[in-house]
Design a protein around this ligand. Structure first.
Ligand code: A2P
Length: 335
């Protein structure tokens, strides 16, 4: 099993290496890849040192699997070149997610869609993954009519440059404007602007929540509206989600559905001050759900608070779990 990690020097790439190790994913040979400026750097994986390769060198290695997290432009340009050589690409960028010929996968929800012909597989947006995992069992049982989403997203989702901006502001030495990840300070601030603004005045991140959720749940009739906000928080994304269901529900049944959902952990005991928070989610692979309560203003509706480590289930863990599924199904070598 020869595995390329494209973007190995980045935040998500680094967590991909950790997760491959933690989940005991068999890697006979690792090919870490980054931009030209990092070629030749050393990366440690399972107590062994590897040298960072260029994209061209990595393509020639004919890897079995390539985990990509190096931005959309890089994926558009290079993922097909890996795929042409038979490498299965699992891509964390938004480049292929809405391409009708590509599968958009949260393994616990829709991995069964995958087959041998899928050479480029899209990993959904971090905010979408955690929300869809919690919503999938409710959609199956009751049908979801409408979602109203507000996100509180960690700056780590923007990558190394945002972490540098946050640290420099925290240390009282703000970076020059042209080196910042965000136009405004992120330290002690909330920025209602994730990814770029679109013609409809929503951000691209907000519209990813709309389109990707429908694609993964396989239901274009779900009405969805979202506000995505960047917050000065390490450790995970939080989401307040108002869910309107198509049919009535008993709260005990909803709790059972969530409890039975693989990958979801309930932290839902307000009397004991138990609810999900990024501090608790950090470095965990699960999605945490709490503050579950009936919406008293609307029939068949409830509120959920959903938190997960955006670099893990929101990115690296989900990608590695897709690869694990492909192995189980014999689509990737499972020696
Ligand atoms: P590098 O470290 O050499 O810039 P993050 O999202 O945390 O900023 O990380 C982005 C990752 O994508 C880094 O590993 C970065 O490498 C890598 N990367 C960026 N552009 C390219 C490219 N054109 N080819 C390969 N890797 C790239």
């Amino acid at each position: 099993m020869k595995v390329a990690v494209v973007g190995a020097t980045g935040l998500v790439g680094g967590v991909m290496l950790e997760v491959l190790e933690e989940l005991n994913f068999k890697v006979d040979e690792l090919v870490p890849v980054a931009s030209q400026r990092s070629v030749g750097k050393k990366i440690n994986f399972r107590n062994k040192e590897y040298t960072v390769s260029s994209m061209e060198q990595a393509i020639e290695q004919n890897c079995d699997l390539a985990l990509f997290s190096a931005g959309g432009g890089t994926s558009i340009q290079y993922a097909p070149k890996f795929a042409e050589r038979g490498t299965v690409v699992i891509d964390n960028s938004s480049a292929w997610r809405m391409d009708p010929s590509k599968k958009l996968i949260v393994p616990e929800v829709n991995a069964t869609e995958l087959g041998t012909s899928d050479k480029i597989i899209a990993n959904p947006n971090c905010s979408t993954i955690q929300m869809v995992l919690a919503l999938a069992p409710l959609h199956k049982k009751y049908g979801i009519k409408r979602l109203v989403i507000s996100t509180y997203q960690s700056f780590t989702g923007t990558g190394v440059s945002a972490v540098n901006q946050y640290e420099s502001e925290k240390n009282g030495e703000p970076m020059p404007e042209d080196q910042r990840a965000y136009h405004y300070p992120i330290f002690e601030n909330c920025i209602p602007h994730c990814d770029v603004f679109l013609e409809n005045d929503y951000t691209k991140e907000e519209m990813k929540l709309v389109h990707e959720t429908r694609k993964i749940l396989g239901d274009d009739s779900i009405r969805i509206t979202a506000t995505a906000v960047r917050v000065p928080v390490h450790g995970g994304h939080s989401e307040s989600v108002n869910v309107e269901l198509k049919s009535p529900f008993e709260m005990d049944d909803v709790l059972k559905e969530l409890m039975d959902q693989e990958g979801v952990t309930l932290l839902n005991d307000p009397a004991q001050n138990i609810y999900p928070m990024p501090l608790l989610a950090k470095n965990k692979n699960d999605v945490f759900v709490g503050r579950i309560r009936k919406d008293e203003s609307l029939e068949n509706a409830l509120n959920l608070w959903i938190v997960s480590d955006n670099l893990r289930k929101g990115a690296a863990t989900n990608a590695v779990q897709i690869a694990q599924y492909l192995k189980q199904k014999g689509i990737l070598p499972n020696a």
